[in-house]
Design a protein. Structure first.
Length: 276
């Protein structure tokens, strides 16, 4: 489980340092998510969990007449995102928690977007209800999230490199974390109770790009040692166990090397809904 305090500290710092490779890993999904978001015009957009600002920038560039605000709880990621959108006069980045965020009087979003940024709310019903209350009537909600852990082959592949004791899933698969919204049967009632309607789920299977360049396996190794569940598990291993795990990780990643790129299979939802 990754909680808010970690995003405000160690995890957020790691993601801020690795934003280029993280954006790359989401590349195929980002294209589909942004296309869904901009398929209808909007005047004001809120990007929840904006991270390093890729989606915020994409929205601002796609609709120059609209105002776009990116929101994130990590000060380090906010700093990166602000630098990234500094030349976009219609985009701004704010530091804050979406479950408590209050817009200025002249900003009420008619589009709420998130790329994998909404699975960490301690009380998701209350959070989505609060977000809906800040949005315009008829506003669209579009977000992506991982499907269930078992459907994301990248998790199982990385687990092959680790001792079994380090790969056990959380006791509750629905606690806040990367896979908390894996089941549509759970997410739909959350959104309904929060007051959203017209809820729909689009399954997306995409290649998670982990390594490229002159040494794609080495690139993927260094990435997974800095980002994600394998990074935490590796860091906690004793030296001998870590050396063994590193050798296994290299072998696993080499098996997924094709045409100069290391990719691992990932599975997500693109979820859409609307405010009454």
């Amino acid at each position: 489980m990754t909680d808010i305090s970690e995003w405000q500290g160690r995890v957020g710092t790691s993601w801020a340092r690795e934003w280029r490779r993280t954006d790359r890993s989401f590349g195929a999904l980002t294209e589909l998510l942004l296309a869904r978001a901009i398929e209808r015009p909007f005047t004001a957009a809120l990007d929840i969990g904006c991270g390093a600002g890729e989606m915020t920038a994409g929205l601002a560039e796609a609709e120059p007449s609209a105002r776009v605000i990116g929101l994130d709880i990590s000060q380090d990621l906010v700093a990166v995102a602000r630098e990234r959108v500094r030349d976009l006069s219609n985009a701004a980045i704010e530091l804050g928690d979406a479950s408590r965020w209050m817009p200025s009087e002249d900003f009420r979003p008619d589009l709420v977007l998130s790329r994998h940024g909404v699975m960490f709310f301690a009380d998701p019903v209350a959070a989505f209800a609060h977000i809906r209350a800040q949005a315009q009537s008829g506003a669209r909600l579009v977000f992506s999230c991982f499907r269930q852990r078992a459907e994301n082959q990248w998790v199982a592949e990385l687990a092959k490199a680790l001792p079994e004791s380090e790969t056990a899933p959380p006791s509750s698969p629905e606690e806040p974390g990367p896979f908390a919204f894996g089941r549509s049967e759970r997410v739909a009632p959350i959104l309904e109770q929060a007051g959203w309607q017209d809820i729909a789920f689009q399954p997306v299977d995409y290649p998670m790009i982990a390594g490229a360049g002159a040494d794609p396996v080495g690139d993927a190794m260094s990435y997974f040692l800095r980002i994600g569940p394998a990074a935490r598990a590796m860091a906690e291993l004793e030296e001998d166990a870590r050396e063994t795990a590193l050798a296994k990780l290299e072998e696993v990643l080499r098996q997924h090397l094709d045409a100069g790129v290391v990719t691992l299979p990932a599975a997500a939802w693109i979820v859409s809904a609307s405010a009454p």
